[in-house]
Design a protein around this ligand. Structure first.
Ligand SMILES: NC(=O)c1ccc[n+]([C@@H]2O[C@H](COP(=O)([O-])OP(=O)(O)OC[C@H]3O[C@@H](n4cnc5c(N)ncnc54)[C@H](O)[C@@H]3O)[C@@H](O)[C@H]2O)c1
Length: 363
């Protein structure tokens, strides 16, 4: 058996690592045997619902190792220092050491939390990301960002900690509830909009088959969307330049989510409305035609993603954007689509232009 057996794309950053696309959870054990000669102990970190579905097939390939499993309750609030401390206590009680391998089995919450744990436990131990949500497969497991939250803000305590590998089994998405699918779709459509016109057309053309969860179409969607993120983080791992494009829709979306206190709006919905606000702003600045605006609107809408929000105060939302940690020297840094399949970083948007964009997405 050789490592070449499994289809992969590679993040070619400071520390390159493979993203395996479409291999089964059971086969991960074969990869681990080939890759790590000195391994004895594995710590699987997961949510109960995910572990119930997927820990067994994973463990079948790991019979030669001492395997412990840590279950974390679901939810964004679990990305906390308190949970990190509890993980540490449990890991020590199982005699985890510097040679332990962490497997993060779950969505972005598990990836960020278990990844941050791996980055600081005994100054850093090995990590494999096994993403099981669409968002995690196309986005959060790729790029090496790991973090926990702090009362002062989301992802305030974090690190760049590239994993040894990302192991993506498409079949885990079959059990994902549709509202979680939407979160991943918003990011995938964003990837298409900023960097891959063909992928945007794929979404337009394959809308029905995607909604029917056709396996071959989902494999293609995850593969192509992951490839966009891989390409961008390979060029700019530390977010000094092009990686900022991945924030399209997020400055607007984040302002909306915080203004609404994260109630009554999912992250994907926030991103979708944020993409629309950025789209209107780009149109006002002559970067997008009205036909392109309509295409973006139609595509988001066709997947049930919102393009407008009710009863919000545009001034309050503008104020929220003042606090965006990506701002520089009081200037708002916004990502704007430029045609379909391309985007730019703009520092030139005035408050009145941003306000006008907000007004277009508020009904
Ligand atoms: N590190 C990064 O670069 C990055 C990028 C984007 C988002 N994020 C982070 O990702 C997090 C959001 O991740 P998410 O959207 O995956 O949410 P999540 O991790 O909370 O998962 C959503 C829900 O789906 C369940 N679930 C996971 N896989 C499942 C499956 N296969 N079948 C059934 N249920 C399943 C989970 O238990 C959870 O209840 C946020 O904390 C965000 O900050 C990180």
């Amino acid at each position: 058996m050789s490592l070449a057996k499994w289809p992969k794309i590679e993040v070619t950053a400071d520390k390159p690592y493979p993203i395996f696309l479409g291999s089964s959870l059971k086969e991960l054990g074969d990869y681990i045997h080939l890759r790590f000669e000195d391994l004895e102990h594995i710590l699987i970190i997961s949510h109960q619902v995910v572990a119930d579905l997927y820990a067994e097939p994973l463990k079948q390939g790991l019979l030669d190792y001492r395997v412990d499993q840590l279950i974390v309750p679901a939810g964004e609030t679990e990305k906390s220092l308190e949970r990190l401390s509890q993980l540490t206590t449990a890991a020590l009680s199982w005699e985890a050491d510097r040679k332990t391998l962490v497997i993060a089995l779950g969505g972005g919450v598990i990836g960020d939390l278990a990844g941050f744990f791996a980055s600081v436990f005994m100054r850093g131990i090995r990590l494999i990301q096994v993403p099981t949500t669409l968002l995690a497969q196309v986005d959060s497991s790729i790029g090496g960002k790991v973090a926990v939250n702090h009362p002062a803000g989301k992802n305030i305590l974090g690190a760049f900690y590239p994993p040894q590998a990302v192991w993506t089994d498409f079949s885990t998405l079959e059990s994902l509830p549709w509202e979680e699918v939407e979160n991943g779709l918003a990011e995938s459509i964003k990837h298409a909009l900023i960097a891959d016109r063909d992928l945007f057309e794929f979404f337009e053309k394959e809308e029905k088959r995607i909604k029917q969860r056709e396996k071959s179409i989902w494999s293609e969607m995850v593969t192509r969307s992951s490839a966009v993120k891989v390409k961008i983080v390979s060029q700019d791992e530390r977010e000094q330049g092009v990686r900022a494009l991945l924030n399209l829709g997020h400055s607007f979306g984040h302002a909306l989510e915080t203004e609404m206190n994260y109630r009554g709006i999912t992250h994907g919905q926030g991103v979708s409305i944020g993409i629309m606000a950025a789209t209107y702003l780009a149109n006002a600045k002559g970067l997008l035609t009205i036909e392109e605006v309509d295409r973006i609107k139609r595509l988001l809408n066709s997947f049930g993603l919102p393009i407008m929000i009710k009863e919000q105060d545009p001034q309050a939302l503008l104020q929220r954007m003042q606090a965006d940690k990506k701002n520089q020297g009081g200037r708002k840094i916004l990502i704007l689509p430029k045609g379909i399949g391309h985007a730019i970083v703009s520092k030139e948007c005035t408050d009145s232009e941003i306000l006008a964009a907000w007004q277009k997405v508020i009904s």
